[in-house]
Design a protein around this ligand. Structure first.
Ligand code: ZN
Length: 135
C-alpha cells in the first residue's frame, strides 16, 4: 500500500551549493540535514525535511551515474517523486500484474531503504520511486 510522498528529488551539479540554496529558501536548521553516499546509484544525496516529507538533492559521483546523464541532457532540475510503501516486493508484483514495468529489481537506496524505480514512459514522463523503510 502506498502511504505518502516520501520525498521529491532534484538533480544538482553541486550538492553543497544547492544545499545552501535550499536551506536558505526553506529556512531550515542545518543540523537537521545529513549527506550520504549511495553506491548503488553512484550519487551523493542530502535530505532536507519539509513537514513529514523531504526534498532530496542528488549529485552524481561519477560520469557513469544515471544522474550525470540526466544533468548533461536537462541541467539541474526535478528528477523523481518517491512514494513510501509498506512492501516494495508486493508493489512490484501488483504493478507487473497490471503490465507496468520496474527499472530492474528492488535494491538498497539511501538510508538503507529498499527501492525500485518505474520507467517514466509509463507514467507520463515522471520518474517514480517506490521506497520501503528499513525495519
Ligand atoms: Zn529518491
Amino acid at each position: 500500500m502506498i502511504k505518502k510522498i516520501d520525498h521529491i528529488a532534484i538533480a544538482v551539479q553541486n550538492l553543497e551549493t544547492a544545499l545552501e540554496t535550499f536551506r536558505n529558501v526553506l529556512g531550515c536548521d542545518p543540523g537537521s540535514i545529513r549527506v550520504e553516499e549511495v553506491p548503488s546509484e553512484n550519487v551523493r544525496v542530502a535530505f532536507i525535511p519539509v513537514g513529514d516529507t523531504k526534498i532530496e538533492l542528488l549529485e552524481p559521483m561519477s560520469e557513469e551515474s544515471p544522474i550525470s546523464k540526466f544533468l548533461a541532457k536537462n541541467g539541474d532540475g526535478m528528477h523523481h517523486i518517491a512514494l513510501e510503501t509498506s512492501d516494495v516486493e508486493n508493489e512490484v508484483e501488483r504493478l507487473q500484474s497490471q503490465g507496468v514495468q520496474t527499472l530492474g529489481q528492488p535494491k538498497e537506496g539511501a538510508g538503507g531503504k529498499k527501492i525500485v524505480f518505474l520507467h517514466p514512459k509509463q507514467t507520463n514522463r515522471v520518474l517514480l520511486e517506490f521506497a520501503q523503510k528499513k525495519h
